[in-house]
Design a protein around this ligand. Structure first.
Ligand SMILES: [Mg+2]
Length: 399
């Protein structure tokens, strides 16, 4: 069987319709006074949208093969991401053999080093990479997890991220991760509220139900250590992303200072194997949490996970739905996955990329059978009712 070549790459943004998962209106737990680095400025404390968390929007990358098969992927990047895909990355993809994903990745990464390495360039690169894996799976009529060597377990098990771990427990999840609400600038009262929220949740759930806390880069070392010790009696399993992502030294010291048995986790805003190598070499954390749409795509996540394996660290990717699931199920050192509760009250299970994706599988009783991933590629479709916009059209086959 000859492998098709890649005929065309197209990059889209999504217009309206609530298709951007940060583009929420009305109350949503995900934007309710969550502690962030910007919360030291009182005017930016109440909402992450206030400082622009939603400005980029969604990036959809489509790749079309010479046999007319089309693959796609979704990440964060919006118009700037689309520009990078169309005007820079596409040249390393179009005309190449679909099976040459490693070479394509290498050329996209090396050619953008002078302005890339992290952030939106790597998001865009990740989108192209994921679209290529999706296309390869569709051409070969195999789910991506089988292209990666196959599943190592029959089902995925999930913890839930959201404001209501008590409801997550009744929905069958193995743990619940709360967002931290108060920044150190909110003083002792904020500290007490932060501790009380976890304590109250512990009273509502079983003693063995996992409780975790996501700090979204908002703390300093002294506060994080104090918080970890205050939460230890309430059985906190892990403290996530406590410090700024560039503070490798802080993470190293934090991991040494937390109570025995409590995990330090981070990596959601880290990128490429080079960044994760630093986290591992410096002993910064127990669990790496790369986002496959932001860290360099599936090709790079494979390298990151191999590094983690050699260091005895777990990889529990950040959100990302099917793009993570197909990976997690192939790895011994990724024993469970994150499920982001996208319902405004975190009270029901809804697909993370709703309404943009169709056929997106969701956990039932906190679990998902691998056979539910048994469709070619990542197994999802773009919802034709979501309006895609291609801001930087180049010559080539139209959509
Ligand atoms: Mg997080």
């Amino acid at each position: 069987m000859s492998t098709p070549t890649i005929r065309h790459v197209r990059a889209f943004t999504v217009r309206g319709g609530g298709a951007d998962y940060h583009d929420q209106t009305g109350y949503h737990w995900i934007d309710d006074h969550i502690a962030t680095p910007m919360a030291k400025y009182p005017g930016y404390r109440q909402s992450r949208r206030s400082f622009g968390l939603n400005v980029l929007g969604t990036l959809v990358v489509e790749v079309e093969a010479s046999d007319d098969t089309v693959g796609f992927a979704v990440t964060t990047g919006g118009e700037p991401g689309a520009w990078i895909v169309e005007h820079h990355l596409a040249r390393f993809v179009e005309g190449q053999k679909l099976s040459d994903i490693e070479t394509i990745w290498d050329q996209m990464y090396l050619s953008t080093l002078y302005y890339g390495r992290k952030g939106i360039v790597i998001n865009a690169l990740s989108g192209v990479d994921l679209a290529l894996w999706d296309l390869l799976g569709r051409v070969r009529r195999e789910p991506v997890y089988r292209l990666l060597g196959g599943a190592v377990r029959e089902e995925l098990q999930f913890y839930a991220t959201g404001a209501r771990p008590d409801l997550a427990q009744s929905l069958g999840f193995l743990g619940g991760k709360l967002p931290l609400h108060h920044h150190p600038a909110e003083g002792e009262e904020g500290f007490r509220s932060n501790v009380e929220e976890v304590a109250e949740m512990r009273r509502r759930v079983r003693p063995d139900f996992w409780l975790m806390l996501d700090c979204w880069m908002s703390l300093d070392l002294e506060y994080a250590v104090r918080l970890a010790h205050a939460l230890h009696p309430h059985g906190l399993k892990w403290l996530e992303e406590a410090l700024l992502p560039d503070d490798y030294w802080g993470y190293r010291d934090l991991r040494r200072a937390v109570p025995a048995g409590m995990w330090v986790t981070t990596g959601e805003h880290e990128a490429t194997a080079a960044g994760f190598r630093l986290l591992l070499d410096m002993g910064c954390c127990d669990v790496l949490q790369p986002d496959v749409g932001w860290c360099g795509g599936l090709t790079e996540l494979i390298r990151i996970a191999a590094l983690a394996d050699a260091h005895g660290a777990l990889v529990v990717p950040h959100g990302s739905s099917v793009y993570s699931y197909h990976f997690v199920v192939t790895r011994h050192n990724s024993p469970y996955a994150e499920f982001l509760m996208m319902a405004p009250q975190a009270d029901v299970v809804v697909p993370m990329f709703q309404p943009l994706l169709l056929d997106e599988p969701v956990p039932s009783h906190g679990r998902l059978k691998v056979r539910e991933l048994d469709r070619p590629g990542f197994g999802v479709r773009l919802n034709p009712n979501c309006l895609l916009h291609r801001p930087y059209t180049r010559p080539g086959p139209a959509r």
